[in-house]
Design a binder for this molecule. Structure first.
Ligand code: SF4
Length: 452
C-alpha cells in the first residue's frame, strides 16, 4: 500500500483523528512553555549540536574508548553491522544464559531490527514493559510515535484490549478512567519483572569516558528491566555516543523539554558494568550491542546530520502531516519529518512507496529540532532522488514537469497564471477538492502586481 493510500485511510479513521487531536494541546503546548521558561535553550542547543557533530567526526575513536571502558567495568560489547546480526547476537546471549522470560524497555532501535518478533519466534517469552509499548504489543502493532507508541489509541480501545488480554481478571471490573488502566497494567507487569530471566533496554546516550549507558524514562520500567534480572542486554545504535557526562547532561536537558515539556524525565539512569560486590542490585552479566545498520555509510554525507537526532519527537508533534495522518501512515519504524529524512537514508527502498511526499516544507520541524538538524533540506534531497528514480504519483510528476517547463518560459508562465486565475474566478467549483474549499484568487497575479 502506498503512503497516499495509508494516509487516506488514516484521514477516514474517526477514532484515530480523535486521538491525534490531542497532540497539539499536549506535546506542542507543553514544549512551548518549557522552552519559553528556559533562557539557556538556544545556547545549550548549539553546544549539544556541536558536541554531537564533533563525536560523529571521530566516531571510531569514541567507540573504541567506550568499548574499552565498558569492558573494564565488566560489560561485554558487541558490534552488529546490521539488523540480522544484532538479532542473532541477542538471541545467542539469551540462549547461552538459559534465559526464557525477557522483560524489555522501550527502544526504537529494537523496533528498527524487529527484535521482539524475532525473539518470540525463537521461543522466548518477551514482555514490553513501557505502558505504550505493552499496549501495542497486545494489539500486534508497531509504535505510531517515537516517544508515545500508543498515541493513536483511545482509552476505550485500550480498555477493550485489556479486557481481552487479562482474562483472569473479573470482566465487570471498573475500567472507566486512566488510573484504573495504569493500575491494572502495573500489576500485570510487576509479575513479569519478578519472573524475568533477562532484561533488554535501549540507551539515550553512550558515555565514552566511562563506558556508561544512559537511559531516560518516565515510568521506571527501564530500571526494573536493568536491575531485577540477572542478565542485562543494552541495545543502542552507534551514534548515541557522547564524550562525557557533560555532553550527556545537555542531551537530557534538551530531550525532556523538547519531547514532553518536562524539565527532566522522571527517571534518568546510568549503567556502568555489572553489579559490584558491595552493591545490592544490578545485573550479574551485562552485554551492550552496538548497531550500525547503515549509519556509518551516512558519515561524510549530508544525511550524517540525522545521526545527531536524539529521538525527542518534537518534529513529529509540530508536523501538520503527522498531526493529520499519524505514525502508521508512514509504513515503517520512524515516522514524521525525522522518519522522512532518516528512513530513506538508511534504506533507499523506503522512497518507493511515496512517503517523501508527506511533507509540506513548512519548516516547523527544523525550527523546533533541538539538535539543529536541517530536516526540510534533507527531505528535499530525498525528493530529488525519488524524482530521478521515477517514484511517486504520476500526477505529481506530471505537474512538476509542467511547472518546470513553464518556469523556464516567463511569457507562458504569465499566461498560465492569468488563465488559472480567470478560470477559478469564473468557475469557483474548480477550487473545491475533496470537501476542501480553496480561497478565491486575490485579484491580479503576483507578478502583475509586483510590476505595477
Ligand atoms: S529530528 Fe530533531 S526534533 Fe526530530 S526527533 Fe530528532 S532531534 Fe527531535
Amino acid at each position: 500500500m502506498s503512503f497516499r493510500a495509508r494516509s487516506r485511510a488514516a484521514l477516514a479513521d474517526a477514532a484515530l483523528q480523535k486521538a491525534l487531536a490531542n497532540v497539539p494541546p499536549g506535546f506542542v503546548a507543553k514544549r512551548a512553555r518549557a522552552v519559553a521558561a528556559w533562557a539557556d535553550f538556544e545556547s545549550v542547543r548549539k553546544t549539544a549540536a556541536a558536541h554531537k557533530r564533533a563525536v560523529l567526526a571521530d566516531l571510531e575513536t569514541h567507540l573504541a574508548r567506550f568499548t574499552e571502558r565498558a569492558e573494564a567495568a565488566g560489560a561485554r560489547v558487541h558490534r552488529a553491522a546490521n539488523a540480522g546480526r544484532a538479532r542473532a547476537v541477542i538471541t545467542g546471549i539469551l540462549r547461552r544464559a538459559g534465559a526464557r522470560a525477557v522483560v524489555k524497555g522501550k527502544s526504537m532501535v529494537s523496533e528498527e531490527i524487529d527484535l521482539t518478533a524475532a525473539l518470540e519466534e525463537a521461543g522466548f517469552a518477551v514482555t514490553e514493559t513501557d505502558l505504550g509499548e505493552y499496549i501495542i504489543q497486545l494489539r500486534h502493532e508497531r509504535p505510531s510515535h517515537i516517544i508515545a507508541p500508543a498515541v493513536h489509541l483511545s482509552r476505550e480501545q485500550i480498555a477493550a484490549d485489556f479486557l481481552n488480554a487479562h482474562d483472569d481478571l473479573p470482566p465487570d471490573r471498573d475500567m472507566a478512567d486512566n488510573a484504573a488502566l495504569v493500575e491494572e497494567a502495573r500489576a500485570v507487569l510487576r509479575q513479569r519483572f519478578c519472573a524475568a530471566d533477562a532484561g533488554i533496554i535501549g540507551a539515550n546516550a553512550l558515555i565514552a569516558e566511562t563506558g556508561t549507558t544512559m537511559l531516560v524514562t518516565n515510568e521506571g520500567n527501564g530500571d526494573l528491566c536493568a536491575n531485577l534480572p540477572r542478565l542485562l542486554i543494552v541495545i543502542a545504535s552507534i551514534e548515541k555516543l557522547v564524550v562525557d557526562f557533560a555532553g550527556a547532561a545537555n542531551l537530557i536537558r534538551l530531550l525532556a523539554r523538547s519531547a514532553t515539556g518536562q524539565e527532566i524525565s522522571v527517571y534518568t539512569s546510568f549503567f556502568t558494568g555489572v553489579r559490584r560486590d558491595d552493591e545490592a542490585g544490578g545485573p550479574e552479566e551485562m552485554h551492550i550491542v552496538l548497531l550500525d545498520n547503515g549509519r556509518r555509510a551516512l558519515l561524510g554525507t549530508p544525511f550524517s546530520d540525522m545521526l545527531a537526532c536524539i529521538r525527542c519527537g518534537a518534529c513529529l508533534n509540530h508536523c501538520p502531516v503527522f498531526q493529520a495522518v499519524g505514525g502508521h501512515a508512514y509504513g515503517d519504524v520512524y515516522p514524521g519529518p525525522m522518519g522522512l529524512a532518516l528512513q530513506p537514508a538508511l534504506k533507499p527502498a523506503a522512497l518507493e512507496d511515496g512517503i517523501i511526499e508527506g511533507c509540506t516544507m513548512c519548516g516547523r520541524c527544523a525550527e523546533v529540532c533541538p539538535m539543529l538538524i536541517p530536516l526540510p533540506d534533507l527531505i528535499r534531497q530525498h525528493r530529488f532522488r525519488a524524482h530521478e528514480k521515477g517514484y511517486g504519483a504520476r500526477a505529481v510528476r506530471g505537474g512538476l514537469r509542467l511547472w518546470a517547463w513553464l518556469a523556464a518560459r516567463p511569457a507562458a508562465y504569465r499566461l498560465a497564471t492569468r488563465l488559472g486565475g480567470w478560470l477559478l474566478r469564473r468557475f469557483p467549483m474548480l477550487a473545491r477538492a475533496r470537501g476542501r474549499k480553496l480561497p478565491a484568487p486575490a485579484g491580479a497575479p503576483f507578478m502583475v502586481r509586483r510590476r505595477s
